[in-house]
Design a protein around this ligand. Structure first.
Ligand code: COA
Length: 275
């Protein structure tokens, strides 16, 4: 079933999103909506409340003619350390209706241009969300990583569909199965980012590209984005849905519990006892 992610947010959702607004800071200037992840003490790990805030910000941006471009940034030299690991363990209810799943659907069909400025760690969804942005700029020293399997989980955000198509199977498999961090330069070589910049130049470059998009003809840009994405539309939706189903099953498993205890204890996970 296709769920229209652009139904207006409900009042309780807006209130919940506001509650986490200190962690997801939005500002609208010169028709660019900057969405800044701002939970630096936890390396911008995303909680359910933050996903709701992100989704509501995107829904409002889609409906607001004043917004022509969305710019994602991190803070304090960190883009995003992925889903909050504690939150993973507490996810309950229908996985397809969790705040994370709703955010994935919303960003994957967001109709306006999206730019990302990536500095420091970009882990898990910190990397997979880049696959749904239009322009991605990364600072030298950025560290991307897709450690789903190493956490006892599986790919999300259509990364199991998109990465083999962008990189080829073996390179995608290396990133998704071994989960090693990779550099901004490697991401550039792989076609996952547009440009690698010195950290001091990152914000200005991403903003100036966003400003250029904000002065382009808006309907022409939206049409261009729609045309580039339309062949993938059904596959993306299906992939997000199927991945989420498997992800939900793995979330209940012992492999994730072992990986999270290992993270907390700052040791390597030991999966030797699992079949
Ligand atoms: N979920 C919850 N808390 C997280 C987190 C996450 N994904 N990433 C970092 N944190 C917390 C740490 O637990 C720590 O909290 P504490 O100060 O209360 O102990 C704080 O953020 C700082 O993290 P720390 O590991 O000490 O910083 P670092 O600079 O040494 O390493 C990272 C930063 C991002 C490389 C490392 O924290 C990391 O690998 N995080 C987990 C990434 C991950 O597996 N994400 C899930 C992807 S699906």
């Amino acid at each position: 079933m296709y769920i229209n992610p652009f139904n207006s947010p409900t009042e309780p959702e807006k209130r919940k999103a506001k509650m986490s607004s200190e962690f997801v800071v939005t500002s609208l200037e010169s028709r660019i909506l900057t969405i800044r992840l701002n939970r630096a003490d936890k390396k911008n790990a995303l909680t359910s409340a933050m996903y709701t805030a992100l989704r509501v910000a995107l829904e409002e941006a889609a409906a607001n003619a004043e917004v022509r471009v969305v710019l994602f940034t991190g803070s304090d030299g960190v883009f995003c350390s992925g889903n909050d690991l504690q939150d993973f363990l507490e996810l309950a209810g229908d996985i397809q209706e969790t705040p994370v799943a709703r955010f994935l659907r919303t960003l994957s069909v967001f109709p306006k241009p999206v730019v990302a400025a990536v500095e420091g760690p970009a882990i898990g969804i910190g990397t997979t969300l880049l696959l749904h942005c239009d322009l991605v700029y990364a600072a030298r020293g950025a560290r991307l990583q897709l450690p789903f399997a190493s956490l006892g989980l599986c790919p999300e955000f259509a990364s199991s569909y998109l990465l083999p198509r962008i990189l080829g199977h073996v390179r995608a498999a290396e990133l998704l199965m071994l989960g090693d961090p990779f550099t901004a330069e490697k991401a550039l070589e792989y076609g996952l980012v547009n440009e690698v910049l010195e950290p001091a130049e990152l914000a200005a470059r991403a903003l100036s590209q966003a400003q250029r998009l904000a002065t382009q003809a808006p309907e022409a840009l939206r049409t261009t984005k729609m045309l580039m994405k339309r062949f993938n539309g059904e596959s993306l939706r299906e992939s997000i849905h199927v991945e989420m189903g498997h992800f939900g099953e793995l979330l209940k498993g012992e492999e994730l519990k072992e990986a999270v205890s290992a993270f907390r204890a700052k040791r390597k996970p030991d999966f030797s006892r699992f079949d």
